[in-house]
Design a protein around this ligand. Structure first.
Ligand code: SAM
Length: 289
């Protein structure tokens, strides 16, 4: 969720509408952390429950939100184009190993699987990985596998294994984006390519609607609500500190993580996302640890 100020949920009283805070206020008139000794345990339990509920809502609805949604389909085609350039136009795609850094329910991984690559999708949320696996079974897609791995936190069992990695709207989400970049770099073979997309600003409904209205007209602006409204709902229900990055900030983070920037642009709804196509460069040994 877009925050102008940090949520004081863990510290004192939060007057925002986060369900955890609202529930806490409703139960006692004070915030959860103030509810005696049970407060922290109760709040942690509620937090986990709400995170799971959001994941369930996201898992059940995401396909319906993005399937045949022209801006998202255009984004998937854009990613597929960069994958092709990364792997090399003349190479047999079956010999190319592709990593989807946070595959969610597998939407992008399945799109890239159509190109014939051998794909590994990782996601930190077990429930989403289960949905992706179920879809894989139902669609009988042989060249993609899904694993529950938090790429910024867990040990990633692949090193220098992938030709191309893609991180689609992940960095803003993860508490330690620098670790996500470092782990993605380690997973790439030397000289391997990656594509990072991150939100440059919150997907606020009204400002984004107005931007699209001004640049593209009523049809696309109204159409965008199909993605903006559920996204605002999901992100509003979560208690997290998003890492939105302006282009320069993203480029600095990528350079520091040991990537060379090959191409960069703004894309997706009202150019809300920054895209950077990069190559792993060999540099100081400490980056490789
Ligand atoms: C906004 S969703 C994007 C999902 C997918 N990349 C897409 O664009 O459809 C963010 C996803 O990132 C996952 N995630 C965030 N950080 C992660 C990490 N470090 N390792 C694995 N998954 C992560 C979340 O579980 C969630 O599925």
């Amino acid at each position: 969720m877009a925050r102008t100020e940090p949520c004081p949920f863990d510290k004192s009283v939060c007057y925002e509408w986060h369900p955890v805070c609202t529930l806490g206020r409703g139960m006692s008139g004070v915030s959860l952390p103030a509810i005696g000794g049970a407060g922290p345990a109760l709040s942690a339990g509620l937090h986990r429950g709400i995170e799971h509920a959001v994941a369930v809502g996201y898992g059940l609805t995401y396909d319906a939100i993005v399937s045949s949604f022209p801006p998202y389909e255009a984004l998937l085609e854009e990613v597929a184009g960069y994958a092709k350039r990364s792997v090399g136009l003349r190479r047999d795609p079956r010999s190319a190993h592709v990593l989807d850094v946070a595959s969610g329910i597998g939407t992008l991984a399945f799109r890239l699987a159509r190109e014939g690559y051998t794909i590994v999708g990782l996601d930190g949320v077990e429930y989403l990985v289960e949905i992706a696996r179920e879809k894989r079974r139902a669609r009988n897609v042989a060249n993609v596998a899904f694993h529950r791995i938090d790429i910024g936190g867990d040990e990633v069992p692949w090193r220098e294994a992938f030709d191309f990695a893609v991180s689609l709207h992940t960095l803003y989400w993860h508490p330690r984006p620098a670790q996500v970049l470092a782990a993605t770099r380690r997973a790439l073979r030397p000289g391997g390519h990656a594509l990072f997309l991150n939100y440059s600003r919150p997907a606020r409904v009204l400002p984004t609607f107005k931007t699209i209205l001004a640049s593209e007209g009523w049809g696309p602006a109204l159409g965008a609500l199909r993605w903006l409204l559920p996204t605002a709902l999901f992100e509003g229900c979560r208690d997290f500190e998003p890492h939105y990055m302006a282009a320069e900030e993203l480029h600095d983070a990528l350079t520091q993580a040991g990537f060379e920037i090959l191409d960069a642009k703004r894309t997706f709804l009202g150019e809300i996302s920054c895209l950077a196509w990069v190559r792993r460069v060999e540099c100081a040994a400490e980056i490789d640890r």
